[in-house]
Design a protein around this ligand. Structure first.
Ligand code: FEO
Ligand code: CA
Ligand code: CA
Length: 716
C-alpha cells in the first residue's frame, strides 16, 4: 500500500489482545481435529516429513551462501542492484496490453486504461509457457506475469498523475476522471519473453488481460447468496463487480493466481445519517469495525460521478427501499481472496469467501501433500489485526497439480474448509482458533450475532474478536520456507503499539527520530515465524525471526537482530521464498527510515524457529519476555536492491531456473504535490523516465526484470 496515506486504518476497538485469554481454545482444537486431520500431527516438527509426500513443487536446490556484494543505502532516484547484475524496466503504468493501443504519452492525456497497464504494481507471480503456448512449470524463457495494480498516487481525491492538469480535487468529480481511475485499479496478466539477451513484454499477446473495478465476478464459498451480499446489481447475492486495492499475491498448488483485496473500505462513502437509516441493522457494528463510520468520505469521491450504477455503487448507504434497491451492501462484496486463471481470460474472477473478509495482504500455501488438506496462511493488514489460516475440507490429489479445469480445482479446495485465527501465548506457543458456527464461542456470541457460516465469512474480523485472537503489528505478507515448512509473516510496523500494550509477539514500543522528529511505537516492524508439526495442526510454536531497525540503534532494546549497514531495514512488507534457491526475499514499505534510504529488497538465508532464545525487554515497570531468532550477519541477510525516491518495493517472482527475477516498484515520486503535476523539476522522482524508459517525465509504477550478467542464478 502507499505508506503515506491509507494504511492508518485502526478500527479494532475489541477488548483483545486477550493474551492470556484461554477462551474455548480447546473446543477449537477438538473441532480442528475432526475429519482425520489428527493423523498428520504425528509428522515430525520442522516439516521435513510433511514435505516428503507428493508435492506440487520441483526439487529445491538450496543456496548456502549469498554471493553478491551488498547494496548501500541510498536516496538516489534510481534502482540500485549489486555489481554483476542488470535491472531493466519492462512493464510500467499505461503500457499497452493490446497491439492497437497507442504508446503511453505519460502526460495525463492517455485514455483506454482497460487495455493498458494499471497503476501501483504490487504482488506478482510467474506462470510459465512452453514454446507452443501451453502452461509449463519448467520453461524459463516465456511466461505470463500476473500482478496486482493496487491503487494510485493521489492527493485530495484525484489520481493526479493520470489527469492532464492533475484532475479535480473537489466534489462532485467529473465522470471522465472517475472512469479512468476505475480502470487503473485491479489485476493484469501480461506475457513476457526473452530472446536470450533481453526480456520484453508482448503487447499483442492473446493472453494479456486486465481485471478492473468493473469486471464481473462470481461470489463463491459460504457467503454466496448471503443476504449481506444482496445489491441492486445482484439481488440474489451471487455476483459482484470488480476487485479493488489488490495487494499481495499467491500461487495455488493447482496453478492459479491469488490476489488479496486490502484497503477497499476507504473507497466507499457513507451518509452521515446512515446509522439511523439502518435502525437496528447489525451491520452498523460491522461497518464501524471495518473502518467505515457514518459520514465517512471516500478516497476518490467516485460516488459523485452521476446517476449511473458505475458511480452510485460507491455510496454504501441505505438509501433505497431495500438492499435490492441500493448499494448498502456493496462494501461486503470486497475484502476477499480472489482467484483467477491466468491462462484463460474468458473465465470470470472468483471471490473465495471461505478465506474470510479482511484487509487481505496475500495468501501463501503450505506445500500440498497427497491425502492432506490444502492449507493457506494470511495476514490482515491494519494496526491491531490478526493472522489467519485456512484448511480445506478436500484432501490434496496430486493429479490436481495440472488440472483440466483450474478454477474447478479452486472450487474444490477453496470453497469448503475451515478458517482459523492465531492466538500467540507468552511461552512461545500459540493456537489456531476456529472461526465457524461449530465453535460455540461464535455460535453463542453476545458480541455479534452470527447466524451462519456466511455471516462468519462476511464479518470475519468480528468473529476473530469474539474468540480472542492476538492483535498484531499490521500483518502483511506470509511465506512458507520450502526447507522446513515454517511460516514467516511480516508485521510491518505499528504506531499505536505502546509500552503498556507491548506483548511477547509484538514486544517493542520505542521512540526513533526521523529528521529530528519523534516516531513512536513499533517503528521499524518485525517478522514472526511459526513452526507447526503439520500445516493442519491446531497449535504452533513461534519466535521473532527478525526485527527491523536502524544499524545504529541500541542492540539490547531496538536492534535486537544486530543489523549492520549492509542489512539494516525498516518496515518489512513483501516476503517471498524462492522455490529455486530457498532464498527469502524481504521487501520494505517504509516511511520511518526514509530520511536515510529509499525502500529496498534484501536476500536472507533464515535458520529455524527457536535458534535464538528468549529476551527480556523492560517497558517501565513491565518486563516483556519474547522469543527471538539468532542475530543476523551478512552471511544470513544482505541488501540486494534499493528503489527510486518515494517508491515502495512490492512483489517479486522468478523463473523456475532461478536465473531471472521480476520485481515491482510502486509509487515512485508519491510525495510529489498535485500542484506540481506539470513541473518535472519539482517531481520527487522522474523514474523510470530517468532510466531511459518511455515518454514523459511523470513517475510511473513499474515491473523490472533482474538478471545476472554471467547468466547465473540470482543471489548466488
Ligand atoms: Fe498493500 Fe499491506 O500493503
Ligand atoms: Ca504490501
Ligand atoms: Ca531514524
Amino acid at each position: 500500500m502507499p505508506h503515506a496515506h491509507f494504511n492508518d486504518e485502526d478500527s479494532n476497538t475489541s477488548a483483545n489482545p486477550a493474551f492470556d485469554h484461554v477462551l474455548h481454545a480447546r473446543l477449537s482444537r477438538r473441532s480442528l481435529l475432526r475429519g482425520g486431520v489428527g493423523a498428520a500431527s504425528a509428522t515430525a516438527l520442522g516439516g521435513a516429513a510433511a514435505l516428503s509426500g507428493c508435492s506440487t513443487l520441483g526439487p529445491v536446490a538450496p543456496v548456502n551462501a549469498l554471493g553478491f556484494a551488498p547494496v548501500a543505502k541510498t536516496m538516489a532516484d534510481q534502482v540500485s542492484v549489486p555489481a554483476g547484475y542488470t535491472a531493466r524496466v519492462i512493464y510500467a503504468l499505461g503500457d499497452p496490453l493490446t497491439a492497437d493501443t497507442p504508446a503511453y504519452r505519460n502526460d495525463g492525456t492517455d485514455a483506454d486504461f482497460g487495455n493498458r497497464a494499471g497503476d501501483h504494481h504490487d504482488g506478482i507471480e510467474w506462470f510459465g509457457l512452453d514454446a507452443s503456448g501451453q502452461p509449463s512449470d519448467t520453461f524459463a524463457s516465456r511466461g505470463l506475469l500476473a500482478m496486482n495494480h493496487e491503487a494510485t498516487t493521489d492527493e485530495k481525491l484525484s489520481s493526479f498523475f493520470i489527469h492532464a492538469n492533475g484532475g479535480t480535487s473537489t466534489l462532485p468529480r467529473p465522470a471522465a476522471e472517475i472512469d479512468k481511475e476505475l480502470m487503473i485499479h485491479g489485476i493484469a496478466v501480461v506475457e513476457v519473453q526473452t530472446d536470450g539477451k533481453a526480456w520484453a513484454a508482448k503487447p499483442g499477446s492473446a493472453f494479456n488481460r486486465r481485471v478492473t473495478t468493473m469486471t464481473p465476478t462470481a461470489i463463491h464459498g459460504p457467503a454466496r447468496g448471503s443476504e449481506h451480499l444482496v445489491t441492486k446489481y445482484s439481488p440474489d447475492g451471487t455476483q459482484a463487480r470488480g476487485t479493488l486495492n489488490n495487494c499481495g499475491t499467491g500461487r495455488t498448488p493447482w496453478g492459479t493466481f491469488i490476489s488479496g483485496e486490502e484497503n477497499w473500505f476507504g473507497y466507499f462513502f457513507r451518509d452521515a445519517k446512515d446509522d439511523d437509516a439502518r435502525k437496528k441493522d447489525k451491520q452498523v457494528q460491522a461497518l464501524n469495525r471495518y473502518g467505515r463510520k457514518a459520514g465517512a468520505a471516500s478516497r476518490h469521491g467516485w460516488e459523485s460521478g452521476g446517476a449511473s450504477d458505475t458511480y452510485t455503487r460507491w455510496n454504501n448507504s441505505a438509501i433505497g427501499a431495500s438492499a435490492k434497491d441500493d448499494f448498502r451492501n456493496e462494501m461486503n462484496t470486497f475484502g476477499y481472496i480472489v482467484e483467477i486463471d491466468p491462462y484463460d481470460k474468458r473465465q470470470a474472477l472468483r471471490k473465495r469467501t471461505a478465506l474470510g473478509r479482511l484487509g487481505h495482504e496475500n495468501a501463501t500455501f503450505a506445500r500440498a501433500t497427497t491425502g492432506q488438506p490444502v492449507v493457506a496462511y494470511m495476514g490482515d493488514d491494519s494496526r491491531g489485526e490478526y493472522i489467519y489460516k485456512f484448511v480445506s475440507d478436500a484432501k490434496w490429489d496430486a493429479a490436481d497439480a495440472r488440472p483440466a479445469n483450474r478454477l474447478a480445482a479452486g472450487d474444490k479446495y477453496l470453497d469448503k474448509g475451515t478458517l482459523y485465527v492465531a492466538r500467540f501465548k507468552d511461552d512461545g506457543s500459540g493456537e489456531w482458533l476456529e472461526l465457524s458456527m461449530d465453535n460455540p464461542v461464535i455460535a453463542n456470541s453476545s458480541y455479534f450475532e452470527f447466524k451462519s457460516n456466511a455471516d462468519v465469512a462476511v464479518f470475519t474480523r468480528l468473529a476473530a474478536d469474539a474468540v480472542g485472537a492476538t492483535k498484531m503489528d499490521r500483518p502483511e505478507w506470509g511465506g512458507v520456507n520450502p526447507k522446513n515448512g515454517e511460516v514467516y509473516i511480516t508485521l510491518t510496523n505499528n504506531s499505536n503499539r505502546t509500552p503498556a500494550t507491548a506483548d511477547p509477539a509484538n514486544p517493542r514500543a520505542y521512540t526513533d527520530l526521523k529528521a529530528g522528529k519523534e516516531q513512536k511505537g513499533n517503528v521499524n516492524g518485525h517478522i514472526v515465524r511459526l513452526a507447526e508439526k503439520a500445516p493442519t495442526d491446531a497449535s504452533f510454536l513461534w519466535d521473532i525471526y527478525l526485527f527491523g531497525a536502524e544499524a545504529g540503534a541500541d542492540k539490547s532494546t531496538v536492534n535486537l537482530s544486530h543489523l549492520t549497514a549492509e542489512n539494516d531495514l525498516s518496515s518489512p512488507d513483501g516476503l517471498v521464498f524462492s522455490k529455486a534457491t530457498g532464498v527469502c526475499w524481504i521487501q520494505t514499505d517504509d516511511g520511518a527510515y526514509t530520511d536515510t534510504t529509499n525502500c529496498m529488497l534484501l536476500a536472507a538465508l533464515p535458520g529455524q524457529r527457536g535458534d535464538g532464545g528468549s529476551k527480556a525487554l523492560a517497558h517501565g515497570e513491565r518486563t516483556v519476555t519474547t522469543h527471538v531468532g539468532k542475530p543476523q550477519t551478512t552471511a544470513t541477510l544482505k541488501r540486494f536492491l534499493v528503489g527510486p525516491k518515494g517508491a515502495e518495493i512490492t512483489g517479486i517472482t522468478e523463473t523456475p531456473d532461478g536465473r531471472t527475477i521480476f520485481v515491482n516498484v510502486q509509487h515512485a515520486g508519491e510525495n510529489t504535490r498535485m500542484a506540481d503535476v506539470n513541473d518535472p523539476s519539482k517531481f520527487e522522482s522522474r523514474w523510470p523516465a530517468n532510466a531511459g524508459y518511455g515518454a514523459g517525465q511523470r513517475p510511473r509504477s513499474a515491473t523490472i526484470v533482474i538478471t545476472k550478467n554471467d547468466g547465473g542464478v540470482i543471489g548466488t
